[in-house]
Design a protein around this ligand. Structure first.
Ligand code: BJW
Ligand code: ZN
Length: 296
């Protein structure tokens, strides 16, 4: 209601009686109240001894797929053990209440919590993929003839016996640092990692790592949605807005006429919210507390 007034305040949408077109860009802060760690900022707490930013790369996976798989087995478990919070439910309810195509929710999160909160598929775009998707590495290697095997929504735990400990939610790196020094975890041979049922190549998590392209068709559908008319409201929820191209949609929405409203635990102190302007509206607090009120 409040946000509808903000969105309508500046223009003729209300006068013409059309419903507002709303876009949201969500980040790890949306899931923070569900107990999942963020990547940056004071709630970042993933895997103490390894920087997630150095693990979420194709280079890290090529160098030690076992280590990266341990990290993702732990993340899959954490996400499965977590429950959607009131923020996820408020967005899902908004999506269901608005007419078809007038809301588009872009999430950078790979935890599946928005879908589990009942957010309809049509209005949700998982920009960075999902912890529960996997694909054959052969399919991403140019010139390598392979099966293009890919699977979605695989919630199996553990995926393979070698990942059993990580799949129990044990932060293996924490246990290894008794003397203050991170000890290397036992190496997992490639043939003990998740394997393509077609060609026996290694499977990889279906997430988007640094340096990798986001799904082209998905980006196209977002661009088309933005181009289809004036965007009235852009909600920027629990994200540091530092990672591109996702953060670029804030500017795209602004160019399409949107009022930008930020919901972030550290909204005021974060100059890092790169794409933001002093003229944007900011609500400081937990998305789980604020969204149910703002979107009521
Ligand atoms: C709360 C809260 C509470 C806490 N309530 N709030 C342009 C300029 C500069 C660089 C680039 C550029 N374009 C591309 C790049 C390079 C790079 C990039 O952006 N680098 C920047 C870091 C500078 N981008 C890429 O590499 C992308 N790919 C690409 O561009 O490909 C080009 C290409 C084209 C064609 C062929 C080949 C290549 C890919 C980016 C993929 C990002 N992947 C990750 C990992 C996913 C898998 C995994 O989860 O492991 O995605 S990185 C990580 O960051 C993850 C997140 O989705 C993403 C964003 O983080 P997010 O969600 O914003 O979290 P935080 O932790 O940063 O922020 C949390 C916020 O919540 C904070 O603000 C808190 O205050 C707040 N908060 N509690 C509300 N309760
Ligand atoms: Zn294969």
């Amino acid at each position: 209601e409040l946000l509808c007034r903000i969105a309508h305040g500046s223009d003729a949408a209300a006068a013409t009686g059309r419903s507002p077109r709303i876009m949201a860009l969500c980040g790890a802060g949306l899931s923070a109240a569900s107990g999942l760690a963020t990547f940056r900022g004071s709630t970042a707490a993933l895997w103490h001894t390894h920087d997630p930013m150095t693990l979420a790369t194709p280079e890290a996976f090529a160098a030690d797929p076992g280590l990266v798989w341990r990290f993702y087995a732990y993340r899959r478990h954490s996400a499965l053990a977590a429950k959607p919070n009131a923020g996820h439910y408020a967005l899902a309810a908004l999506a269901r209440s608005l007419p078809h195509n007038s809301f588009l929710c872009l999430t950078q999160n790979v935890d599946g919590l928005s879908a589990r909160a009942g957010h309809p598929r049509e209005s949700l775009r998982a920009l960075h993929g999902s912890l529960f998707d996997m694909r054959c590495v052969g399919s991403s290697r140019k010139g390598h003839s392979c099966c293009n095997y890919a699977v979605e929504d695989n919630f199996t735990e553990p995926l393979v016996p070698a990942l059993a400990t990580a799949s129990e939610g044990v932060d293996e790196t924490a246990a290894m640092t008794a003397n203050g020094k991170p000890l290397p975890l036992p190496h997992i041979p490639v043939n003990e990692l998740p394997q393509c049922p077609n060609c026996k190549s290694l499977l990889r998590p279906g997430v988007v790592w640094f340096g990798e392209a986001l799904d082209g068709r998905m980006l196209q559908s977002v661009d088309q949605w933005v181009a289809a008319g004036k965007v009235d409201l852009m909600l920027v929820i629990g994200t540091s807005a530092k990672v591109y191209p996702a953060a670029g949609y804030i500017e795209a929405a602004r160019r399409a006429g949107a009022v930008v409203v930020v919901v972030n635990a550290e909204a005021e102190s974060q100059q890092g919210l790169a794409a933001l302007r002093p003229t944007d509206f900011a609500f400081e607090g937990s998305a789980a507390d604020l969204l149910p009120v703002l979107l009521e």
